[in-house]
Structure formats: C-alpha cells, structure tokens
Design a protein around this ligand. Structure first.
Ligand SMILES: [Zn+2]
Length: 318
C-alpha cells in the first residue's frame, strides 16, 4: 500500500426492514379470500373484458366492478423473464421464471412465478396451472407458483373447496433493503475520528464554514473541503422536538428529545438525542456535551449546566 495514499473509504452492509400494513379494500379482499379456497377471481369491465387480478376501478368507466367472475385456474404464458439467481423472499429458491400469465377466461395477464425447471423449458404459449400452497391464508402467496401442465398428472382443475377462515382485509408486505454502503472520504474520516472519541469536521477554504459531519464539499461554494478541523464535544441545542410517539424497535422510551445540536465552532447542526434531563427542561440555546457510548459512537448529548447561549449566537445557524 502506498504510504502517501489516504486510507480507503469505509464500507459496511446496511439493512433496512419494516412491515408495510395496508387495507386490501373490498375488491382485493374478495380476490385474496377466494385464493384461500383455491379459486381465482377476475372482474368484468364495462367493455366486457375480464381483468384478472380484478381491477378496483374499471379503467373504462372508473366504476368499481359490478361482479367478480372465476377464471383459470389454468392459463397461458404470454411473456416471461428467467430468474437465474433467486433472491431471498422470492417465491422459489431455485431458478424460475417471472411470467405474465393469461388465465383461461381472462383477457388480461397476471404476474407470477413459473417453476419450469430450466429456461429451456420456458416459452411463450406454455400452458400452466397454479401450485397451491399447503397452507393458505388469503394472500397472493396462496399460489406458491405456477407449473407447466404438460406431463403432469391430474391436470384437471380441482374442485373448489370452501375457503378457510382467513383474516383477509389487511395485508402485510415485508419490505427489506440490503445493500453495501460506502462512506465518502469525508464521512470515513469522521467515522474513524468517532472511533477514537474525536469529532472531526472540515472547513471550506473559500467561505471558512465548518461542516460536521463533513460533506466533502461546501454546499455554498461547490468546492472540495480538505482542511480537517477537530471540534470539542460541547455545543448547544438550536432546535428540538419532544418525541411522544412510540414505534416498533424504538430504543429510547418516549417521551424524549431529538435535537439539532450545534457543536462549538461548527456552522451546521446535526441531529442527536438529548437525554439526562426531563424533556420539558430542554430549550433552545441549552449547553450540552457528547456522552460516548459503546464502539466509538455518541450515545446522546446531556446538559452541561452552563448558562444558555444567547439567541444571537446561533440565530444564523437555525
Ligand atoms: Zn464554502
């Protein structure tokens, strides 16, 4: 490694996940409930065309569907794309095809997975049928996937069975993002400083403003910032809010204060927690100090007890 070269930027995997819960509405509730009973419903539009899955509002008349009709369960592949390396959470763990499938009796196609075994076995015009999940809950996943009809025994549609009791009406869609984040050189310098309990910002060579965490450039002048500035652990609260609303995974019990903290000598504030006093005592201009947590992170800021800063001293940083 070239000793003159700056250290490589830091990289780390980031994972964001949450459950998105929403109401299905009257039409999709019927669609999902029918899936639990191994039936697939479509909606007949004002122009006579049958849409499957059913529309919630007719694309021609904008009216809700008057009646839902059963379609399929077999259908024809009208377009497809091979998924050679399935991702976690997708319908199948082995390579499969995403396909648009026009179910018998429908005029539109629905998207689902086809377990064809290989890309060579996939083709437009392939006849497929649903492979039902062993346990059905009133979800699109009640269809585990579609599979080719050819060569399979018992291709005749199964008689519909009574729908089990399902809690249709609401659906939970898990959202997961997994990606590798690469910090900028300025961020990397800041993070390495934190590990050593040092707060490192950068000063713009044109306007002299000090940014912490450093952005790598000055947003006012558009020039790179190279001069590293070490800042003290102390600063003031410029603005704040009292968080009273709880949410899953919350690490601090409400009520607590999230504040914009302006370190002494910095020109921009950053967001952090202010703990160590009653939320009702936090105020603009309050003097605070960083409290270090584990693994070189600032756990929160706590009041120092010093006299408040005058409004004029931070008015231009709001
Ligand atoms: Zn500048």
């Amino acid at each position: 490694m070239n000793p003159a070269a700056p250290p490589a930027p830091l990289r780390a995997p980031l994972e964001i996940e949450f459950d998105y819960t929403r109401s299905l509405g009257p039409v999709l509730t019927q669609f999902m409930t029918a899936l639990a009973g191994r039936r697939i419903l479509g909606a007949r539009g004002a122009d006579g065309r049958v849409h499957a899955p059913p529309f919630e509002y007719d694309p021609v008349s904008a009216e809700p569907p008057a009646d839902l009709v059963e379609v399929g369960p077999e259908g024809t592949v009208v377009s497809w794309s091979w998924m050679p390396e399935p991702l976690a959470g997708q319908p199948l763990a082995e390579p499969f095809a995403w396909a648009l499938i026009r179910l018998d009796g429908a005029d539109t196609a629905m998207l689902h997975a086809v377990d064809a075994g290989s890309a060579a076995a996939m083709r437009t015009g392939l006849r497929v049928r649903p492979r039902w999940a062993p346990t059905r809950t009133g979800s699109i996943r009640d269809i585990a996937c579609f599979e080719p009809c050819d060569g399979l025994a018992g291709t005749a549609p199964r008689a519909a069975e009574p729908a089990p009791e399902v809690a249709a009406g609401m659906t939970i869609t898990p959202v997961r993002l997994h990606y590798m984040h690469t910090a900028s050189p300025g961020e990397s310098s800041y993070l390495r400083g934190l590990a050593a309990h040092r707060l490192l910002g950068q000063r713009c060579g044109v306007c002299g403003q000090v940014y912490v965490p450093p952005r790598g450039t000055c947003p006012a002048d558009g020039v790179p910032t190279h001069e590293v500035v070490e800042l003290p652990e102390s600063g003031i609260v410029t603005t704040f809010c009292v968080v009273n609303v709880g949410y899953p995974g919350q690490r601090v019990t409400p009520p607590y204060v999230a504040a914009a903290v302006l370190l002494d000598g910095a020109d921009i504030a950053f967001q952090h927690l202010v703990l160590g006093c009653d939320p009702g005592e936090v105020r603009m201009g309050m003097r605070v100090r960083a409290m270090w947590g584990e693994s070189g992170t600032i756990s929160h800021f706590a009041p120092t007890g010093e006299p408040d800063a005058g409004y004029e001293s931070y008015a231009r940083h709001l």
